[in-house]
Design a binder for this molecule. Structure first.
Ligand code: CA
Length: 223
């Protein structure tokens, strides 16, 4: 059982890691929200323990991005704030449980075990567009059986397009979904990302799957 701890307070992180390791868990840690998101998207974990107040990207945003990318790993939020609004917000964003600081390790352990018992019922998906296959649980994409080396953001973008294969997605909706919702849709980061994605997904192959709909957005389709 692998557990990722995303917590910027070194003492708290070390305390949790030590306790979980003693209980036979394998742990990994990240010290800020961006690092946590990267690690959570590129490696497989059975549960995540995420502090709400984190530098670079807060815990809510981290979980929101994970869920947007269909990463369904159960999450236990750690929070110093015990307000109803915070809990509701977290649960809406796809957190599974809350633990208010300070807490006893025995309580954390009990919550983690409950999360792990609930975990196997979650739905996982596989998407196919022509000879492109996206395996969400394994976080892998292939074309004609050839593994594509994608960054987490490229993978998110491709998955988002694949889920609506054949439908034209507007630039705004893509940016909103794949990046933070406050992201400025006029910026050219989407075009840059699309060029990179095309270079990996389409250029080595004869049949093109990614199509630009001028003035509107993009569509992923096999014919
Ligand atoms: Ca913190």
């Amino acid at each position: 059982m692998r557990i990722l701890i995303v917590e910027d307070e070194k003492k708290t992180s070390a305390f949790i890691q030590k306790g979980l390791t003693e209980q036979g868990f394998v742990t990994a840690s990240a010290g800020d929200g961006e690092e946590g998101l990267d690690v959570a998207m590129t490696e497989k974990f059975d549960a995540l323990i995420v502090d709400v107040m984190l530098p670079r990207r807060n815990g809510w945003s981290l979980v929101q991005q994970l869920r947007a990318g269909q990463v369904d790993t159960p999450v236990l939020f750690l929070t110093a704030r015990d307000s109803v609004e915070d809990r509701v917000k977290g649960l809406e964003l796809g957190a599974d449980d809350y633990l208010v600081k300070p807490f006893a390790f025995s309580e954390l352990l009990a919550r983690v075990r409950t999360l792990l018992r609930r975990a196997p019922a979650r739905r996982m998906d596989l998407y196919t567009v022509g000879d492109l296959e996206i395996d969400l649980p394994r976080w892998r994409a292939q074309r004609a059986g050839q593994e594509l080396q994608l960054t987490p953001k490229e993978f998110l973008l491709l998955t988002h397009l694949a889920k609506s294969a054949g439908e034209v997605l507007t630039r705004e909706s893509i940016v909103e979904h794949v990046w933070d919702i406050h992201f400025n849709p006029c910026a050219n980061v989407l075009d840059v990302m699309m060029r990179r994605l095309r270079a990996k997904v389409d250029h080595p192959f004869e049949k093109k799957l990614l199509h630009t709909v001028r003035g509107v957005g993009y569509v992923l389709k096999a014919d």
